[in-house]
Design a protein around this ligand. Structure first.
Ligand code: NDP
Length: 240
């Protein structure tokens, strides 16, 4: 039987590329999303991937969503925590809601999904959790104290959970993408984007498929000795 993978925020952008790549790797893939039914319908029609709507930042909804997937599709072997939002602004302008929403979805979502799926992985003795962090969680970014904190938190979460998962054959890793040409980056003003691209040594934005290939490796049996690591895929923009 094919292993089951849930990709949060899997109906658009990087998540959709991850879904398609994991499907071609032989996984039965479920794409979760928040509210854009049109994108979900398109994703389901074009790829044949099952799409389920719930807010990953809501603990009860995420737990219920994962139970539903397990009942309707099968026990979950792989979780890719990809769902993410931005609510940018300098600290002076950022509201508490902007801070809280980003922490709740980007970081809280990782906890909720792991909480729901880790016990089953432990029981079956195999699992893969891949958390999508960000270059801005590694390096910080003006106007993003909320997003940088949440993404930085993802890297700590990954290392801590990797230690808990190791003896159950569950690997937990992170990918820190640089700037990738998705809707999220399309929202960045053009002049700002030009300055960002000028700082990327390979001279261009990344493609969603380039992140998906990293996820594909981390979810494979070949990556069984890789855990607690962060794979930076950023065109050389941030090296350490
Ligand atoms: P997009 O904005 O293109 O897509 C976001 C996806 O996440 C959508 O499917 C959206 O669902 C879903 N989503 C948002 N909030 C929730 C929620 N509360 N519950 C469930 N699903 C949710 O994002 P990208 O593809 O650009 O980014 C994907 C990930 O990669 C994010 O975590 C982002 O922070 C990270 N990243 C992106 C970079 C980039 O340059 N693009 C750089 C570094 C990191 P819906 O369609 O219903 O809204």
């Amino acid at each position: 039987m094919a292993r089951v993978a849930i990709v949060t925020g899997g109906t658009r952008g990087i998540g959709r590329a991850i879904c398609e790549t994991l499907k071609s790797d032989g996984f039965t893939v479920v794409a979760n999303y928040a509210g854009n039914d049109e994108a979900a319908r398109e994703c389901a029609e074009e790829t044949g991937i099952h799409c389920y709507k719930w807010d990953v930042g809501n603990h009860e909804d995420a737990m219920a969503g994962c139970i539903k997937v397990a009942e309707e599709v099968g026990p979950v072997d792989v979780v890719v925590n990809n769902a993410g939002i931005t609510r940018d602004g300098t600290l002076l302008r950022m509201s508490y809601e902007d801070w809280h929403d980003v922490m709740r979805v980007n970081l809280g979502g990782c906890f909720n999904m792991a909480k729901a799926c880790f016990p089953g992985m432990k029981e079956r003795g195999w699992g893969r959790i891949v958390n999508i962090g960000s270059i801005n969680g590694q390096a910080g970014q003006y106007g993003q104290v909320n997003y940088a904190a949440a993404k930085s938190g993802i890297h700590g979460f990954t290392k801590a959970l990797a230690q808990e998962g190791a003896r159950f054959n569950i690997t937990v890793n992170a990918i820190a993408p640089g700037y990738i040409d998705t809707d999220m980056v399309a929202a960045v003003p053009e002049q700002v984007l030009e300055k960002i691209v000028a700082k990327i040594p390979v001279g261009r934005l990344g493609h969603a498929e380039e992140i998906a290939r990293g996820v594909s490796f981390l979810c494979s049996d070949d990556a069984g000795f890789v855990t607690g690591s962060t794979m930076s895929i950023n065109g050389g923009q941030h090296m350490y």
